[in-house]
Design a protein around this ligand. Structure first.
Ligand code: BG6
Ligand code: MG
Length: 214
């Protein structure tokens, strides 16, 4: 274990409800259905892929101009809600785990599909804590493709086989598995494909991870 890669949304900070509210508004304004179940399918998936999923669910076809308009509109709504984020929104257990990993010489990285990852990290004042940050601006293929995680390993010259991934989304766990990494699911909803799952990062330390039989 040399590198721990954290997904951002849903692992470090929860922005789920802001994505939900923004997509809900876009959907309502365009006579499309959108509910929490569909929102769950968008977790870990890029903005472009998310809109494709919503359109597909609603059997709706739009041209490229409208498609890009909706992407921009969604992002404007989402970004305006990010301005209220602060350190208080960091999920439980994150800060002690980061400290424990650093104290034990483990590198830490962010591997996120979001193009807003750096804005979020600045808002919650964690931007300077990570050895590497790879986000939606750096990749061609969104999770479940492993590109975002592989790039973290490459940036730090650490083998994927020595890397663990923390994820709250099925697409992210799949990406970690395809990248031949140890995957740790996190969140209330159990991710069955992950090597192991924790409800939260509370009380997880370097020792917890080192002693995992995965
Ligand atoms: C992921 C979220 O982190 O980022 C997804 O889990 C989201 O729900 C994706 O669609 C892209 O985010 P953004 O900020 O680039 O629109
Ligand atoms: Mg996530």
């Amino acid at each position: 274990m040399k590198l721990i890669i954290f997904d951002l949304d849903g692992v470090i900070v929860s922005t789920d409800k802001y994505h939900y509210l923004a997509w809900k508004k876009i959907s309502t304004n365009n006579e499309m259905e959108f509910d929490e179940k569909l929102n769950n399918e968008l977790r870990g998936v890029s903005r472009v892929e998310s809109l494709k999923i919503i359109l597909n669910f609603n059997n709706k076809v739009i041209d490229d101009v409208k498609f890009n308009e909706l992407l921009e509109e969604k992002n404007d709504i989402y970004k305006s809600s990010l301005s209220s984020l602060s350190e208080k929104d960091i999920l439980e257990g994150v800060i002690p785990l980061i400290k424990s990993l650093k104290d034990n010489g483990i590198k830490i990285a962010i591997g996120s599909s979001s193009k807003n990852a750096k804005t979020i990290l600045k808002q919650v004042k964690l931007i300077d804590e990570f050895d590497a940050i790879v986000d939606g601006n750096d990749i061609k293929n969104s999770k479940p493709d492993p590109e975002v995680f592989i790039k973290c390993c490459e940036k730090l010259s650490i083998s994927n086989l020595d890397s663990y991934v923390f994820e709250d989304a099925e697409a992210g766990v799949e990406a970690g598995l395809r990248g031949n990494m140890k995957t740790i699911g996190v969140g209330k909803e159990k991710l069955k494909k992950a090597h192991i799952h924790f409800e939260s990062l509370n009380n997880i330390t370097y020792d917890t991870l080192k002693n995992l039989k995965i």
